[in-house]
Ligand binder design. Structure first.
Ligand code: AHG
Ligand code: MN
Ligand code: MN
Ligand code: MN
Length: 337
């Protein structure tokens, strides 16, 4: 029987053989994985653990927080603050950055996360997840750490990934050497490598978008979806299927597994906001994973990873997945400009 490769071994080999990751980053990723295991356990207990329902508070973006949003946020902070590998953390569920308290040593990495993605699916037993992104404190930033240190474009990420809590708990990771997937072996309590070198096929017959917003879309997105819906007899000459889980982790996981295109575009409901999804802890990590798997990720106008963030909770329009489809929608935007 082939030997099972644990996440620990994969990371050690990335460090030792391939020189991709310094030991502090390896430690950081181990700790994030441990936190995800603990969140997975809380998710699995559900009503038995008293973790369902709302917490009765709002986050900085005006969303009602679920109990699990807050629990997951706390688990990630408590797991990561004492290890000495981090300078600070930022999260969807926190207004400002969380600087590592000075009773612990300060590291040089910055960790950003969406502690619980797919909050609207928590109470209905549908897949949810945790998304994370790792940056390095900029060179010459001096002592201490500020929000400004986080405002780096996505191509500066040194690690990114997510953990999906579905029928299986699966951790999906890139450190810039392709995408690897690790399934949680609950008996052993460890993540085991179950797929390496994940590749997204360049073409697809499946799209993911919240169709209820159709009347609010801009012309290029409307055109793209109209053409997909026209099927075999339309300009695309093939029938398309549609999926929308409403958990970005689940929609992206499907795309990494069998291809497809995901869109959460800007729309006219909130004309002043560039989109719904958050650049720093949703679009950037997912964008890098998708690119590392041979796909593409744009805002319609620009490569996601090239966007210079102006603030921590910046939002962005997102189109990602199978390369040829993403390029097509992006091309429609260029034509409309
Ligand atoms: P979160 O639960 O972290 O706030 O993110 C929810 C996001 C994303 O996961 C998903 O793709 C999208 O919101 C769903 O939005 P709609 O409910 O508008 O379809
Ligand atoms: Mn939210
Ligand atoms: Mn999210
Ligand atoms: Mn969230």
């Amino acid at each position: 029987m082939p030997q099972k490769i644990s996440l620990t071994r994969y990371l050690v080999e990335q460090q030792r053989v391939d020189g991709h990751i310094p030991s502090q980053l390896r430690l950081l990723l181990e700790v994030v994985a441990r936190a995800c295991k603990s969140i997975s356990q809380a998710v699995n207990k559900g009503a038995l653990g008293g973790v369902l329902g709302t917490a009765g508070s709002e986050n900085v973006q005006g969303e009602v927080q679920k109990k699990l949003d807050i629990i997951a946020n706390e688990v990630l902070i408590e797991a990561n603050e004492w290890g000495g590998h981090l300078a600070a953390m930022a999260s969807e569920e926190m207004d400002g950055i969380y600087v590592v308290p000075n009773r612990y040593p300060q590291g040089e990495y910055l960790l950003l996360f969406d502690p619980l993605d797919g909050s609207s699916n928590i109470d209905v037993n549908v897949s949810i997840g945790t998304i994370f992104s790792v940056l390095k404190k900029p060179e010459g930033a001096g002592a201490g750490v500020s929000e400004q240190d986080f405002l780096q474009p996505g191509h500066r990420q040194v690690a990114a990934g997510y953990c999906i809590y579905g029928p299986q708990t699966t951790l999906v990771l890139t450190v810039g050497d392709g995408v690897a997937m690790f399934t949680l072996d609950r008996e052993m309590g460890s993540f085991v490598l179950t797929q390496e070198n994940v590749q997204i096929p360049p073409d697809t017959k499946e799209f993911a978008i919240n169709m209820s917003n159709m009347r609010h879309w801009d012309a290029p997105v409307r055109r793209y979806i109209d053409e997909c819906l026209a099927g075999k007899d339309g300009p695309r000459g093939k029938d398309f299927n549609m999926r929308w889980v409403a958990s970005m982790v689940a929609d992206v996981h499907r795309i990494l597994s069998r291809g497809g295109v995901f869109l959460y575009p800007w729309d006219k409901r909130e004309p002043d906001k560039p989109g719904k999804l958050r650049l720093m802890y949703e679009a950037n990590p997912m964008g890098w994973l998708v690119e590392q798997a041979g796909g593409a990720a744009t805002s319609g106008r620009q490569r996601i990873l090239d966007i210079q963030p102006g603030k921590l909770h910046e939002r962005v329009s997102v189109i990602l997945g199978s390369k040829n489809e993403v390029e097509r929608v992006t091309g429609y935007h260029a034509g409309a400009a």
